[in-house]
Write a protein that binds this ligand. Sequence first.
Ligand SMILES: Cc1cc2nc3c(=O)[nH]c(=O)nc-3n(C[C@H](O)[C@H](O)[C@H](O)COP(=O)(O)OP(=O)(O)OC[C@H]3O[C@@H](n4cnc5c(N)ncnc54)[C@H](O)[C@@H]3O)c2cc1C
Length: 121
Amino acid sequence: MPRRVLIAGGGIGGLAAALACARAGWGVRLLERAPVFTEVGAGIQLGPNVVRVLNAWGLGDALTAVAAFPECLQVRNAVSGATLAELPLGQRTVRHYGAPYATVHRGDLQGPVDGGRLPAR
Ligand SMILES: Cc1cc2nc3c(=O)[nH]c(=O)nc-3n(C[C@H](O)[C@H](O)[C@H](O)COP(=O)(O)OP(=O)(O)OC[C@H]3O[C@@H](n4cnc5c(N)ncnc54)[C@H](O)[C@@H]3O)c2cc1C
């Protein structure tokens, strides 16, 4: 008999747990109390460690379709606009950490993929 798991909460943690359990062959039931996901910080930044996991779960193409992959991150003076610091990302992040740095809208990250079916790896 397959193992079954009940997950409370369809946030990033709950969805990730549900996907990992489903990948491992468990039957998953996920309960979310909110009728809709409201905006909690529209933009989510995903480090290469997270992108690597999403790629391994077969979500690479789905992520590429909705995410932006910035070439660098700049910290600027709010008054003058002068650059105070810069962190190169893009291909440098891929070389160093095996995956890019991504930014994505939270609704796209938590939204259904491929009609709600589990993506192929
Ligand atoms: C403004 C802002 C910006 C952020 N930016 C980033 C970022 O750029 N990168 C990043 O990695 N992280 C970011 N974070 C942090 C990130 O959003 C959280 O770490 C992440 O959402 C936590 O996921 P979670 O699943 O644990 O909780 P949540 O996302 O809070 O999800 C919990 C879910 O459980 C549901 N729930 C609660 N109780 C029950 C119940 N009893 N029954 C059923 N459902 C229930 C809630 O309705 C909710 O949908 C940001 C957070 C904020 C607030």
